[in-house]
Design a protein around this ligand. Structure first.
Ligand code: SDX
Length: 389
């Protein structure tokens, strides 16, 4: 037992650490940020309130929220020197590659690793990352289209700013339709804001464990976050949301669902149902339940793709009554539902995992700060069970 990792022959090595940030009960399907149920945060609060709660341990007053919002708006801009990095990538570069590289490059513009050692500097660094990562993600997307970057608009809220940077034409004008410029609707902002909240933190998942591992070596905090971005990209983790939509499109019709369910159950077939199963939840992922309700609420207003919804509904209905899935406690997870809503927000699937990054950055940096402030924390150094000669 190295204090951070323990080896239990019954399981793979499990990272064990103490934390006061997020609580998950995988059996009951419960999730709480700083003691507040995710259901309350997703329906009664905005993403910035959740960020403040994670970072400061309490929900903000109206004034503190206003100050926090302004602090982020002023930090959302990118240094002109950093924008040159995007042009080094080919147009077809996956935005996750660009995002990870740009966050690492951000470390060259701020020497936080030299002097970040007290609460004020931790909070400054957190605001900088939370504010800049949506701009970096939007720049990566605009580079992939070969269109000029748009710096954030200081008059727009966090989530509306991101949607604007994703959608606006050069000069900031929105799409011109027969009835004039198609401005971003408040219902779209609310939907994406809820998705950010649901992704904000999730205890010691794979990418957070990586962030804590890099934090333990004393490397620059931004490369710890960049390592988390890289780990999240995997389709077994955050990359699943992009794979879910690709899989629904591949299945193509309700009639084909049974064939793919059979493939998912076949031990000799590597095919897995993306968006199903979880290392911790052996019940419904509470975030998936919230998204399913949101999907039903937004179906008409956002013109969600009914064909994809029908296929997803058929998968869920068959899988949840099938012995293979029931006996293995395989339920839909957060990734199963996000893609249909994001598609309706005109966000392409290559940007789904960057959206996960934008939501999760606050969780990663909160976990990084907690690790740094823990006087008992040590360098990550898991041991092995040697099975060689
Ligand atoms: C996220 O950890 C977190 O908190 C992550 C996350 C977060 O917020 O940070 O919640 C985000 O990563 C959600 C998960 C997104 N990934 C996917 O949806 C990819 C599809 N899911 C699977 O790859 C899988 O379920 C995992 C990776 C999520 C979990 O994999 P495990 O730990 O190997 O699953 P398990 O041990 O529970 O598997 C038990 C059995 C195995 O079969 P048997 O060997 O018993 O016969 O269930 C099978 C698995 O083969 N199984 C599946 C399956 N998931 C598990 N079979 C078909 N389809 C699936 N999706």
């Amino acid at each position: 037992d190295t204090g951070m990792f323990t080896y239990d022959p019954g399981y793979t090595s499990t990272a064990s650490c103490t934390s006061q940030i997020t609580f998950i009960d995988g059996t009951k399907g419960e999730l709480r940020y700083r003691g507040i149920p995710i259901e309350e945060l997703a329906t009664e609060h905005c993403y910035l309130e959740t960020c403040y709660l994670l970072l400061k341990g309490m929900l903000p007053s109206k004034e503190s929220l206003q100050d926090f919002d302004l602090e982020l708006r002023h930090r959302a801009f990118l240094h002109e020197g950093l924008t040159k990095l995007f042009n080094a990538f080919p147009d077809n570069a996956h935005p996750m590659a660009t995002l990870s590289a740009a966050v690492t490059a951000l470390a060259s513009f701020y020497d936080d690793h030299l002097n970040v050692s007290n609460e004020e500097e931790y909070q400054e660094m957190a605001r900088r990352l939370i504010a800049k990562i949506p701009t970096i993600a939007a720049f990566a997307y605009r580079h992939s289209l070969g269109i000029p970057f748009i710096q954030p608009d200081i008059d727009l809220s966090f989530t509306k700013n991101f949607l604007t940077m994703m959608r606006a034409y050069p000069g900031g004008k929105m799409h011109l339709g027969p009835k004039g410029h198609e401005e971003i609707k408040e219902v779209e902002v609310r939907a994406l804001d809820t998705i950010f909240t649901l992704h904000a933190d999730h205890e010691q998942n794979a990418s957070t464990t990586v962030v804590r591992g890099v934090a333990s070596t004393g490397a620059h905090p931004y490369v710890a976050i960049s390592s988390g971005i890289s780990a999240l990209w995997g389709r077994a983790h955050g990359g699943a949301n992009e794979s879910v939509i690709a899989q629904l499109e591949m299945i193509g019709s309700v009639e084909n669902v049974k064939k793919y369910i059979a493939k998912a159950k076949d031990p000799n077939d590597p095919f897995r149902l993306m968006g199903f199963g979880h290392r911790v939840y052996k019940n419904f992922d509470p975030r998936a339940k919230i998204l399913k309700t949101l999907q039903d609420e937004l179906k008409e207003e956002l013109h969600l793709d009914s064909r994809l919804m029908e296929i997803a509904g058929e998968i869920e209905e068959i899988a949840l009554s099938d012995e293979y899935f029931i006996s293995r406690n395989l339920y839909p997870n957060i990734d199963f539902y996000t893609g249909i809503i994001l598609t309706a927000l005109k966000i392409p699937k290559t940007m789904f995992t960057p959206i996960f990054v934008i939501g999760r950055t606050v969780g990663w940096i909160t976990q990084w700060i907690e690790f740094k402030k823990d006087p008992t924390s040590k360098i990550a150094r898991p041991r092995q069970l040697y099975t060689g000669e």
